[in-house]
Write a protein that binds this ligand. Sequence first.
Ligand SMILES: NS(=O)(=O)c1ccc(-n2ccn(-c3ccc(F)cc3F)c2=O)cc1
Ligand SMILES: [Zn+2]
Length: 255
Amino acid sequence: NWGYDAHNGPEQWHKTYPIASGNAQSPIDIKSNEAKTDGSLKSLSINYSPGSIKSIVNIGHSFHVVSDDKENASVVKGGPLQGTYHLNQFHFHWGPSNDFGSEHTVNGKGYAAELHLVHWNSDKYASFAEATKNPDGCAVLTVFLEVGSAHPGLQKVVEALGHIKTKDQQAAFTNFDAASLLPASLDYWTYFGSLTHPPLLECVTWVIFREPIKASADQINKFRTLLSGGEQQCPIVKNNRPPQPLNGREVKASF
Ligand SMILES: NS(=O)(=O)c1ccc(-n2ccn(-c3ccc(F)cc3F)c2=O)cc1
Ligand SMILES: [Zn+2]
């Protein structure tokens, strides 16, 4: 099965998922001076309801905080998006050390980790699965994490990791305000791309906030205490795909 090691990592994925060599793959390196400021980009409207956050699960190469988008939904609209996108889950990407663990980079600079808030267009599509088959199906809001003072909101997520040490373990995780993980400024870059690991579908409008949030080294180190396998029990030391070719895609800036 695919992973992030030399034998099953990003360089091998194209053998099983040919779209890995597609022309709209993610992540990318954002060259800020080539991003075009687009005055027509609306501001983002993010409405997260703590009541929609339900559980946290170890998925083997990462962990997901799962949102149940039935009743009091957590939604994003505006910005580059047409329609309302519901929060499906959020997760992080990290590396073996805190000096580089993000997926997207900015002018070649990597961050310690990267938060992905994954949404799908439930106005147009009946399920997340169906949404992933369409270019306007998904939207991922992305926040960079840099090492600094501990993040109070993140601390609740970090403490929950103790209950999901091994693959497929899940625990209740409720009443969490995902908005607490957003930076003060909502200035963002946006471009069209893909899921950053298999099935790598090209269905994502990426929204990447320019301002990182700060987390302590300890908090980020706790990500690496998660174990990836049933029997082999090795820690999840990295789960970040390197930047992919832009292939002429335009990156727009809201600022
Ligand atoms: N890192 S990321 O770009 O935010 C990202 C990467 C991969 C996924 N992902 C993995 C499996 N799926 C998935 C799950 C159910 C389904 F029906 C279709 C999918 F693509 C998915 O959306 C979701 C998000
Ligand atoms: Zn991700």
